[in-house]
Design a protein around this ligand. Structure first.
Ligand code: ADP
Length: 237
């Protein structure tokens, strides 16, 4: 089983200990949510896994390989791919070209090809018939879909989703939920951060809770949301 293993991961920014020795193992067949209050280290965790930040200490092991500090493009080529809060597509070229770039130069050569063409991938994310539109002219919700399509074009075996639900309306959030729920069946593990607890509760089989850069709970959503430490953080109980 493909696994992402984080060992003793720490990241300090000046006087701020953003991550304080985190240990996590994530299997490649489930949907894991990372939750925690603002400033608890969620985004720093993703950025440190994906080579945006060099960790102060600790290791990131993916599929048996130590990828600590590798640049994101090199990590993506091993099947671990992320999306960004801001859509990272090229706004000046067509929707289809955005997806084709990843599709053709695609990343993980060993991964199964789940879509036979860039067009079929656009259809999968709900952008059927929009391939000729300029990416920058898409609505916010469709731009998000494109961001996911660009990530999927790399044929990931694990996908890190950074606040995919932020700013979506109810209809779009439901479509996103249905999309994410399909990933494990396609051989893709998912780890996501989002503030939309309805979305998180609907898709995640596991919650990891961060507070002040420390993992304070890890388990099924039902167990985690009854955990005393978690209730203290969220409800001040
Ligand atoms: P979350 O995603 O849970 O809201 P972050 O990972 O963004 O939390 O932030 C964790 C802590 O690290 C916060 O105190 C934040 O101010 C700090 N931090 C994050 N990124 C940087 C950075 N690039 N430079 C300095 N401090 C940062």
């Amino acid at each position: 089983m493909t696994q992402l293993e984080i060992r003793g991961l720490a990241k300090r920014f000046g006087g701020v200990q953003a991550l304080n020795g985190i240990d996590i193992a994530i299997d490649g067949d489930g949907i894991t949510g990372v939750i925690g209050p603002n400033g608890s280290g969620k985004t720093t965790l993703f950025n440190t896994i994906m080579g945006v930040h060099k960790p102060t200490a600790g290791q990131v092991i993916w599929d048996g390989r130590d990828i600590t500090g590798w640049p994101a493009y090199r990590i993506a080529a091993t099947g671990l791919v992320r999306t960004y809060q801001q859509a990272m597509s090229f706004p000046g070229i067509s929707v289809l070209d955005n997806v084709s770039i990843g599709f053709e130069h695609g990343c993980d050569r060993a991964a199964p090809r789940r879509w036979t063409s860039p067009e079929s991938l656009l259809g999968f994310v709900g952008l059927d018939g929009r391939g000729d539109e300029i990416a920058g002219s898409l609505s916010f919700g469709n731009l998000r879909r494109l961001g996911i399509a660009v990530a999927l074009a790399a044929q990931p075996r694990m996908l890190l989703l950074d606040e995919p639900g932020a700013g979506l309306n109810d209809h779009e959030a439901l479509a996103l939920r249905d999309l994410i729920l399909q990933f494990p069946g396609m051989g893709m593990g998912v780890c996501l951060i989002d503030h939309d607890m309805a979305l998180m509760g609907a898709v995640c089989s596991r919650f990891i809770v961060l507070n002040f850069g420390t993992k304070i709970a890890d388990g099924t959503p039902a167990d985690v949301l009854q955990d005393r430490k978690v209730l203290e953080v969220y409800l001040g109980e």
